[in-house]
Design a binder for this molecule. Sequence first.
Ligand code: 13P
Length: 247
Amino acid sequence: MKKLAAGNWKMNGNRAALAEVAALLAAHPAPACEMLLCPPTTLLSQMAALAAGSALQVGGQDCHPKASGAHTGDISAVMLADAGASHVILGHSERRADHGESDALVLAKTEAAIAAGLIAVVCLGETEAQRDAGDTLAVIGAQLDGSVPATATSANLVLAYEPVWAIGTGRTPTLAQIAEVHAFLRARLTAHIGAEAAKTRLLYGGSVKPSNAAEIFAVPDVDGALVGGASLKAADFGAIVAALAAA
Ligand code: 13P
């Protein structure tokens, strides 16, 4: 499987930030890994136009479970695909916290994304209190069980392990902790989708930066990264892409 360097711009970036995309493409026209950026929806179609014909894929950061209808402010998976998205991030811990998203809602969104032809990047992760209580694998297992649909395959699903306490904090789990969770995710996913699980990309996310990317990418069962802050600058994200391509 080709590994995946994915960037989540979150609620950051205006049109001027598209210059970073041009710089990224100039520096990394044909990396040996996949490259994905998920900008705010306002920039999606412009970024998709910039990326057309290049190695860069673009994605959304959320979608509604329905294809259309009276849902003010929401965006459907069909609309993301129409705007040029190939992927959509779902169940990010910031959405679970800010919008009270449940596993059941993430499951419905994941089914909608797959039905629209998108690749769902489903995020899982424990809080610091859950890790301290020794509940990490139980929490992540329940999130996986509750949000991975029966229709998932290695071609339409990516899982991202993002410990909540590592997001935007500069703190990361030990390499052994990442290895433990990723091996657990691979096994648990196998119980759901069988042999497809071996080919499904499992990303690590949470304070990935150029200085720690190579050691994280050397961990077994880490098939790429979901990068927040360091994806906003072409130089930083490009260094992470290069580290993954060399892994
Ligand atoms: P940071 O890389 O800024 O810690 O964010 C990680 C993340 O939440 C990506 O989805």
